[in-house]
Design a protein around this ligand. Structure first.
Ligand code: ARG
Length: 547
């Protein structure tokens, strides 16, 4: 049961009556009372009346029916204290519910979550890590809330580099699989040959044309490269505990046949103009530093299609064929303008109707200890596989190492950068993954040692009441994380829950109590363990029984 929204609903009519229009009661949990509303303060400014007077009037009108007591505090806040019977009832309902009081959404949406999106024949680097981790947490959370989630892995599997790669594979004897087992080395070799050899460059260019016009041998070799990469990516997802599977790959190449149609449609709507031989859209409201309209290149001067064209085609497909209601693109902050322009052109073209929401879920960079983009000591980009190896070797168990990386990524506002610091993220104390896992394991250990079953929760001590109210905040945290696509809201909640639980068992011995008190404390412990476990699951973090 979401007490916050229950009190919100009780307070709203009183505020509306005083204001003469709808007012958001802004009920929040607070250190000064169970909940607090600051709405009278804003209303007082609007009405030009003393805030405490407004607060008193609202308190007098609020129909709380004994669910809570209300009192004016400070400059004009309303403090709400939930009645013992409401608290007990809310806890009973939550504990009895396998979904911990979080109902499935009444109107499920079809939500496409575009995440990970690594590039074929290139090793995944830490930059792809954030997209993969954040995207997976969002997909899991939306899924669990009852939405119809379609995971899409928009693989970079097309474009000019493949001319070079396929040609290199031909030179290497083509079919020999061992030559592409180490794809990164293969890519680097191809690149070096391309840079050094004029004849190879010419052949690579012809190969792109052959590949794009469907030449069977070129296609077969390209397929091999893609397949080899997919095996590698799936292995990374598996190690990371990420829910992307083989059926979720929908790379750029999928949209090749749509591209000429797309150009024709844009042309028919008068949305394309030629600029230096390229066909560009100039969506309204986008200008460069010089004040000139900013182009989105749809077809390049050489006739090829690039990243923007593929994204337009993918969006059109997601709305028209997949019937999506909401599109999330979990991609780094540098692509902000790219997506804003793609969405704008899609709206102008009629591919993105008003009812469909498209959002770029941007995120900041991972920084090294020097505060600059994370690099190896030699100055290279850090390979994801190496990071995972190190996490597992530094931690007591793979679940702890991987959980630490994920939690470090998810616990801050995604828009910010963060410093990659092994010691900090693996610490057993503080706002870390291992701390959550340890608190969960501690709760499970108490439950294993107990001779009796958890019973009805009847909070008496302040620390019990504190834990009870925190447990009831789960729904608000999950819902907010989903609505704003901000996993840190859930992470922050789980950290708070773990910390409040730790305060609880220090002040209120569980196993050394007896009878109804024991049963109630075991009930709190059990509900804490389940809430932590479910919350970590939604973030993609394992909660082992013991760590
Ligand atoms: N392959 C791209 C990159 O590595 C990410 C793809 C993101 N998704 C998209 N629909 N553009 O930068």
């Amino acid at each position: 049961m979401n007490l916050e929204s229950l009190l919100h609903d009780r307070l709203a009519p009183a505020l509306d009556a005083v204001a003469g229009h709808p007012v958001d009661p802004a009920v929040r949990s607070s250190p000064h009372a169970d909940f607090q509303s600051g709405a009278p303060l804003a209303l007082a400014r609007e009405l030009g009346r003393p805030p405490r007077e407004i607060a008193a009037e609202v308190a007098g009108k609020a129909g709380l029916d004994g669910l809570a007591t209300i009192e004016v505090s400070g400059p004009g806040f309303l403090n709400l204290t939930v009645s013992d019977s409401l608290l007990a009832e809310a806890l009973r309902a939550t504990a009895a519910d396998p979904r911990l009081g979080v109902p499935a959404v009444a109107a499920p949406e079809r939500i496409v979550v575009d995440y990970s999106g690594p590039n074929v024949a290139k090793e995944m680097h830490v930059g792809h890590l954030r997209s993969t981790i954040i995207g997976d947490a969002l997909a899991r959370t939306l899924d669990w809330l009852g939405h119809d989630v379609i995971r899409v892995n928009h693989l970079g599997d097309w474009g000019t580099p493949f001319g070079m790669l396929v040609e290199h594979l031909v030179d290497r004897g083509g079919a020999a699989d061992h030559s592409i087992r180490d794809l990164t080395a293969f890519y680097q070799d191809a690149r070096a040959t391309f840079d050094a050899d004029e004849d190879f460059r010419t052949r690579a260019r012809l190969r792109v044309v052959a590949l794009q016009s469907g030449d069977p041998l070129s296609r077969e070799l390209w397929r091999k490269l893609v397949a080899q990469s997919e095996v590698y990516f799936l292995d990374v997802y598996d190690r990371l505990g990420v829910t992307l599977g083989p059926d979720d790959f929908a790379g750029e190449s999928r949209y090749q046949d749509d591209l000429p149609v797309l150009v024709a449609e844009l042309q028919a709507r008068g949305l394309l103009a030629e600029s230096d031989g390229a066909l560009c859209a100039f969506p309204a409201g986008f200008t460069g530093r010089d004040g000139e309209p900013l182009p989105l290149i749809v077809r390049k001067a050489d006739g090829g299609f690039g990243y923007a064209a593929t994204d337009l085609a993918a969006l059109r497909h997601r709305v028209a064929t997949l019937a999506a209601d909401r599109l999330l693109y979990v991609v780094g902050a540098p692509q902000r303008t790219h997506f804003a322009m793609v969405f704008a052109v899609a709206r102008e073209a009629g591919w993105l109707p008003d009812g469909v929401v498209a959002e770029h879920i941007g995120f900041g960079s991972i920084l090294g200890p020097d505060g600059k983009m994370l690099k190896t000591r030699a100055g290279d980009t850090v390979k994801l596989a190496a990071v995972l190896d190190e996490a597992v070797s530094r931690a007591s168990a793979p679940a702890v190492g991987i959980g630490a990386i994920k939690y470090a990524d998810l616990s801050g506002d995604r828009r910010g950068d963060y410093v990659f610091d092994w010691d900090r993220m693996l610490a057993m104390t503080g706002n870390t993954g291992p701390y959550l896992q340890m608190m969960h394991a501690r709760a499970r250990s108490i439950l294993r040692k107990a001779a009796t079953a958890p019973g009805e929760i009847v909070p008496a001590e302040p620390a019990e009441r504190d834990l009870a109210l925190t447990l009831l905040g789960f729904e608000a945290a999950v819902t907010a994380a989903a609505r704003f696509a901000e996993p840190h809201r859930l992470a922050g909640y789980l950290h708070e829950l773990a910390a409040v639980f730790s305060g609880f068992y220090e002040k209120c011995p569980v196993l050394r109590s007896a009878d109804a008190v024991l049963a109630s404390r075991l009930g709190l412990t059990e509900l804490t363990a389940r809430t932590l476990h479910t919350g970590m699951f939604l973030l993609g973090i394992e909660g082992p029984e013991q760590i």
